[in-house]
Design a protein around this ligand. Sequence first.
Ligand SMILES: Nc1ncnc2c1ncn2[C@@H]1O[C@H](COP(=O)(O)OP(=O)(O)OP(=O)(O)O)[C@@H](O)[C@H]1O
Ligand SMILES: [Mg+2]
Length: 505
Amino acid sequence: MTVPSPFALEAVNITKRFGAMIALDSVSLSLRRGTVHALLGENGAGKSTLVKCIMGYYLPDEGQVLFGDREQSISSPHDAHLLGIGMVYQHFTLIPNMTVAENLVLARPRLPAVINWRAELASLEKEMKGMPFQVPLQASVNTLAAGEKQKVEIIKQLLLNPKVLILDEPTSVLTPNEADEVLSRVRAMTQERELSVLIITHKFREVMNYADDVTVLRKGKYIGSTTVAEATPQSLAAMMVGRETIASPLQRAQRQRGNASLDVTDLWVENDNGVDVVCGLNLTVHDGEIVGIAGVSGNGQKQLVEVLAGQREPLRGSVRLHGAAYTATRAQMHEHRFRCLPEEPLRNACVGPMSVADNLALRRYDRPPYSSKSRILHRAIFKRIAREWVESFGIRTPGIEAPIANLSGGNVQRSVLARELSDAPHVLVVANPCFGLDFGAVAEIHNRIMAARNGGAAVLLVSEDLDEIMEMSDRVVVISGGKLVHETTPATADMTRIGQFMAGH
Ligand SMILES: Nc1ncnc2c1ncn2[C@@H]1O[C@H](COP(=O)(O)OP(=O)(O)OP(=O)(O)O)[C@@H](O)[C@H]1O
Ligand SMILES: [Mg+2]
């Protein structure tokens, strides 16, 4: 009798090139049956590319995928699904204007010609009983908050009963509590039934608490694998970047509070469904201070940022910059040096098919030095500035002419930050600036935001990461039900009270 392989899945010597750039250089990974295996690496290290090669989303140039003891030729995600490999991608793949139930049914690799929706709904309701968490089956996906969507993505895969589940940064859109809930349930499932999980994450806490093994990639190369029991966050960080790391501490300059540069009065905003989600909000941010807005997602912070970024019309109320009425036109943004890093930057702050160089120029392409008064674009200047910023912000890209949509998630984020922070902003609005960034990038971005504040910018920081708010802010406000319900400073904050205000008590 042959002894079955202890591995549910093995990737052996995978090489993947995109043009001249080697995204993966002979990388191997072995996933033990019934375990959770974490894949770690800096932004652009090749993590998503490796799992996409396993799934047949990309065809590797060299190497094999072994599944269930034999070499498999997986040439499309459909093949992978038929074998029992499921994957939750780094970006949402749900169809927004369909219900959760419709999305779940349509995800099956084989569907009958005519779908009996009533019977499907009944059987889904039954199947949901065995799932680690519940989702509202009848709700339309576009009404769900990011955390709920992510749960639907995971349930969609679990319903297909996979043997191997691959999760690409499943927790970057979840709050720490939601992440704990999701990961502890997924981990329990690996022990209850034959499920093996490969998870990509930037959070050491999640690796240490929920994974059995860990593999580290750096710049497309395999660095090593170890059991989590033998690892520490420090040893993993050193493997990721190739040296011992000492985080540079935040330099918060002492400054007097300046003028009220951003002033929001009695602002009312509705969401896509016509429901008021910002309800009479008042807020002032002064020069040289960071005001952090803490809150559970879905309490109006997203729509507030959209109004400031010019992506949504308010119902009523006023926004003033440096005392002047502000309606988020491009001319006003330029005049007041208003800069913004919204959520989901690839969707909200970039043009995906356009090059990195053109995206980096979006704020100022029609002004000197990018173009002359007669509106002639100086392409050489576009290239020179793009090269400078790629270098100084450490953007990992195949080149400045590559479409920005081809960059890894973290590198899109860096590109937008480079554009928004490079010309000394006076008013800066940032929403969840560190989602999906590796630990080194988080420290660097925090330093850059702090430098903008030290330089006199009025900074509004919206974040679901309470630790980030406490570390960065001069003043902290809590948003609940579309209003600011509490104000404090990090030095005097009572975390229990903040938690109560966030929960709406
Ligand atoms: N379709 C593509 N065309 C060209 N280059 C690509 C493509 N997909 C990825 N790359 C490049 O391959 C490298 C690895 O990208 P990948 O998305 O695998 O990184 P990652 O480790 O998942 O990073 P992150 O933590 O930021 O998500 C990056 O430099 C990226 O620009
Ligand atoms: Mg990735």
